[in-house]
Design a binder for this molecule. Sequence first.
Ligand code: PHE
Length: 463
Amino acid sequence: MSGAKVHREPVERDPVQREPVEREHWNSRAGFVLATIGCAAGLGNIWRFSYVAGENGGAAFLLIYVACIAVLGVPLMLGEFCIGRRAQADAVSSFGSVTRHSAWGVAGWLMVAASCVLLSYYAVIAGWAYKYFAGYLSGVITDTAGGKFADYFNAFVADPFEPVLWQLVVVVSTEVVVVAGVQRGIERFNKILMPLLGATVIVLAGYGLSLDGASKGLTFLFRPDWAALADPAVYFAALGQAFFTLGIGADALLTYGSYAPKGEKLAPAAITVAAGDTLFAVIAGVAIFPAVFAFGLDPAQGPMLAFVTLPEIFSVMPGGWLFANAFFVLLGLAALTSAVSLLEVSCAVLMSRLQWSRRKSAIVMGCVVFAAGVPSALGFGLLAGIQFSGLGILESIDRIASGIVLPIGGLLIALFVGWAWSRTDAIDAAGLPDGSLASAWLFLLRYVSPCLIALIFLWLLFG
Ligand code: PHE
C-alpha cells in the first residue's frame, strides 16, 4: 500500500470510523512482541538508564525504577495496548471512538505531540551512535585512545555541522523503515535485530564483570543508599525513566496495539515486553558501571556517560574494535527501532485522517521532527549558551518530555481505561478472564496510578 496513489474524493467520514478498510496487522505473535520490545528497548536502556541512574545514586534509583515498572508500567502498557486494539484505529480516533466524549480526542493529540517531541531529540542521540559506529569502522576513534574519549565526544557534539548531519541520517533511515510498512518494514526488522542486540549486551556485561574494581560498580548499582529514598528528585527521575524506557504515554504502544489481531493475548505480551526491557537495562548497567569505576570516571557525568565509558572498555578488551563496531551498530539500530515506533504514531494519524499514503506521511513528519530537533543537535556547540536552570536544550526537553509529558499521558490512559470505560469493556479489551487478576489490574489503573503520578508531581513541586 506504500506508494499507492490515494483517491482523494471527499469521503463521508463518520467521526467514529476514520480508518481505511485494510488496516495493517502483525504477521505473528512473536512479530508483535518483538516489534514492541524494539519500541521499548533503545537508547533509554543504555544511554539514558546509565546516566540517570548515575546521577541519582545508582541502587536507590534502580529500586524505585523497578517498582514503577511493576506497579505503573505493566498495567499502563496493557491499558495502552487495549485502547489501540479495541478501536483498531490511529491514536486520535482510538480515544475518540470508544466514548461519546469527544474531549478525549485531545488526550490522543497530546500524546501524538509527545511522540514528535521525543523523536526530535531522540534522533540526535541516535545520530551520536551512528557517528560512533562510523568512527570505529574507519578507525578514527581507536586512534584517539588513551583517555581522550571525553575530548573526542565533546569535540564532536560541539561541531556546528556534524551532529545535524547524523541526526538527518537517522531521520531518513527511520522514514525508510516506516515507508516499508508494518510487516515488511517494522516487524521484519525487529525480529532480526532484537535478539542480536541482547546477545551483544550480555557479552559486554560479562566483560565488565571481569574488570578489576567491578565490585565497586556492582555495589553502586545494587546496594541502595537508603538516605537517597527521601529525595523526591530520585522518584521523579525513576518515574520519567520508567515511562520513557517502556514507551508509555506517547501513543506508540497504542499504535502497535492497534495492529494486533483480535485474538492476541495482550497481558502476557505486556509482561514479556516490560520484563525484557528491564532486564536489558540492568544488564546494560552491569556492562557500564563496573567500567565507570574501574576507569575512575564519574558516574554522574550526564548524557555523555555511555559514549565515554564504553570506548574505555573497548580500548582495553581483547577484540575491542570488533565489539565496538558490533555494539554501536546495534545501539544505532535499537535506537532506530524505537524511532520507527515514534514516527509511526503520527504517520498512522495522517494516513487515516487525511488519507495520505504511507510515503507522504513519513516524509512530511520526518521533515517536521528533523527541523524540531536541530536546536537539540546544536545545543552542545553553537547553542550551548541556551540553558534552563543549568541544563542544555536537549536535556531540558528530555526532562520535560519524559518526566512530565509522558506521565501525564500515562495518567490519561489510566483514567480512560479505568474510568471512561466500563469494567466489562476494559476486561473484554484486555482479553482477561473476569477474576482477581482483572480486578487487580483495574484497581492499579483506577486508583494507584493516578494517585502515585499526582503524588510524585506534588512532592516535586512542594516537597
Ligand atoms: N522506549 C524507547 C527507549 O527506551 C523510547 C521511546 C519512548 C519509544 C516513547 C517510544 C515511545 O529508547
